[in-house]
Design a protein around this ligand. Structure first.
Ligand code: HEM
Length: 400
C-alpha cells in the first residue's frame, strides 16, 4: 500500500518522515517520489549489493545520453572494465600520495584568502572552489591551462543539460548521445590532458588493454560530477555540524582532556576524522541513489515489480536504529559511524570515497587553523536542504 508524504518536508527536514516510513516498512511505495523509497539499512544494502535485480543500466537515467556509457551507467562486466581503469589511483594510499599536498596547500590558500574579511559564506568562498580545484588537478586539466572556474562552469552546464533531458520510457527516441557544447569542450580538454602525458589518471585509464578515448572521457566526466557537488555538500555539512558542537561559538568545540593535538583555542584535531564520518552518517550529501528493478523481486516484504523505480534513501538507512543507537544524536566518537552508507555499497561504492574523506578532514583542519575563533554567524542561520543532494544553501560564518 502507498504512503503519502509531503515533498516539501522531504526537501527541508526529511529525517522524521524517513523514520515514519521505516517504522511502517523498510521499503514503501511513495507516489510523490515516483517509486519505492527504501529507508531500512538492511533493505538498502540488499538493493545496492544486487546489481542483477536492481540496475543503473536503464535508459530512463539520462547522464549517459550526454556523456556516453560510463561506470555510473553500466553494470556487470562492462561496469567492472570501466571502473577498473580508474580504480587504482583512488585507493587510500595512492590518493594521499598523489593529491594530499595539493589539497592541503589549496585549503590553506583559500582560508588565507578570506581571513582578512572576518566573515564569509563558506560554500562559495571555500568548499566549492576547493572541490573544483581538486578535481581539475586530479584529472590533469590544470596542466593544459583549464582553471577550476571553467571546470565549475562546464559542470553546471552539463548537469543542467542532463536534468533537462526527458527521461526515456522505456527507450529514449533520438540519437544515443545528445550533443552538449560544454561536454564537447570538456572532452577536448580531457583529450589534450591525455595527449600531454601530464594527466597520470587519464593515461593509466587509456593504457593498452584499458579504455578507448571516448570511454575515458565519459568516465572522466562522471568522476568530475562525482567530485564536485557532493564534495562541496560533504564539506558544508561537516563544517556546519562541527560549528554546532557545544563550545564551538567560543572556538572550544570538541575539546577532550589529554589530547595531544589541540588546534587554536582548544579544537581537538584528532577528533576531526570522527566528526567527518559522523557527519557523513547524519547528513549524507548524496541522500538518495536510484535503481530500476530488472525483474519482480521481493524486498523486505514489499513486492517490487520489474521496471519499478527503487529509490534508496541513504539518509534513511544511516539513521536506522537497528544499526545506529540513538540515531538522531550527533556523536563524533560513535564507534559504528563508519558503517554508514553515505558512499553507497557494492559495485558502485563511491570510487572517490577515500579522496573525499581526505578532502573533508583537510578542509576542516585548514579552517580551524586558518580562521581562529571560527563560528556560525548567528544573524544568518544555515539550513541543510535538498531531496537528492543535501547541503546548506548558505553557510555564513565569522571569525576573530
Ligand atoms: C573526490 C570526490 C569524489 C569523486 C571523485 C567521486 C566519484 C564517484 C564516481 C565516479 C562514482 C561512480 C562509481 C561507480 O558507479 O562505479 C561515485 C559513486 C558514488 N558517490 Fe562519489 N565521488 C566523490 C565524492 C563523493 C561524496 C562526497 C559523496 C557523498 C557524501 C559521494 C557519494 C557517492 C555515492 C552515494 C555513489 C554511488 C552512486 C550509486 O550507487 O548510484 N561521492 N562517486
Amino acid at each position: 500500500m502507498g504512503v503519502n508524504v509531503n515533498l516539501e518536508e522531504l526537501d527541508t527536514d526529511p529525517h522524521p518522515v524517513l523514520a515514519r516510513l521505516r517504522a511502517r516498512s523498510p521499503a514503501c511505495w511513495v507516489p510523490e517520489v515516483g517509486g519505492w523509497l527504501v529507508t531500512g539499512y538492511a533493505a538498502a544494502a540488499e538493493v545496492l549489493m544486487d546489481a542483477v535485480s536492481f540496475t543503473v543500466d536503464d535508459p530512463r537515467f539520462t547522464t549517459a545520453r550526454v556523456t556516453g556509457a560510463s561506470m555510473l551507467s553500466l553494470d556487470g562486466e562492462r561496469h567492472a572494465r570501466h571502473r577498473a581503469a580508474f580504480a587504482r589511483a583512488f585507493r587510500p594510499a595512492d590518493a594521499r600520495a598523489w593529491l594530499g599536498d595539493f589539497i592541503r596547500a589549496e585549503a590553506a590558500r583559500l582560508a588565507a584568502r578570506i581571513r582578512p574579511q572576518g566573515q564569509a559564506e563558506l560554500r562559495t568562498a571555500f568548499a566549492g572552489p576547493l572541490a573544483a580545484a581538486v578535481m581539475a588537478q586530479a584529472l590533469g586539466l590544470t596542466s593544459v591551462g583549464i582553471t577550476p572556474g571553467t571546470v565549475l562552469a562546464w559542470y553546471r552546464d552539463i548537469v543542467a543539460a542532463v536534468t533537462d533531458l526527458p527521461a526515456g520510457d522505456p527507450a529514449p527516441a533520438g540519437p544515443a548521445t545528445v550533443p552538449v557544447a560544454s561536454f564537447a569542450e570538456l572532452a577536448a580538454a580531457v583529450r589534450a590532458a591525455m595527449d600531454s602525458g601530464r594527466a597520470p589518471l587519464l593515461s593509466e585509464a587509456a593504457q593498452p588493454g584499458g579504455l578507448h578515448a571516448g570511454e575515458v572521457t565519459a568516465n572522466a566526466a562522471v568522476v568530475l560530477f562525482g567530485g564536485i557537488e557532493t564534495t562541496e555538500g560533504m564539506i558544508g555539512n561537516a563544517v556546519l555540524e562541527m560549528l554546532r558542537q557545544p563550545g564551538a561559538e567560543l572556538g572550544l568545540g570538541l575539546s577532550r582532556a589529554g589530547s595531544a593535538a589541540l588546534g587554536p583555542r582548544g579544537w581537538d584535531l584528532d577528533l576531526v576524522p570522527g566528526l567527518v564520518e559522523e557527519s557523513l552518517r547524519i547528513e549524507p550529501a548524496a541522500a538518495v541513489v536510484d535503481r530500476y528493478a530488472t525483474r519482480d523481486v521481493p524486498l523486505a516484504g514489499a513486492g517490487i515489480r520489474a521496471g519499478d523505480l527503487v529509490r534508496v534513501s541513504l539518509a534513511g538507512a544511516n539513521r536506522d536504529p537497528e544499526i545506529f543507537a540513538d540515531p538522531d544524536r550527533f556523536d563524533p566518537r560513535r564507534p559504528e559511524a563508519a558503517r554508514h552508507l553515505a558512499f553507497a555499497r557494492g559495485p558502485h561504492f563511491c570510487i572517490g570515497a577515500h579522496l573525499a574523506r581526505l578532502e573533508a578532514v583537510t578542509a576542516l583542519t585548514a579552517l580551524i587553523a586558518g580562521l581562529p575563533g571560527l563560528r556560525l554567524d548567528p544573524g544568518c542561520p544555515a539550513e541543510v536542504r535538498g531531496l537528492v543532494f543535501r547541503k546548506p544553501g548558505e553557510l555564513r560564518v565569522r571569525w576573530d
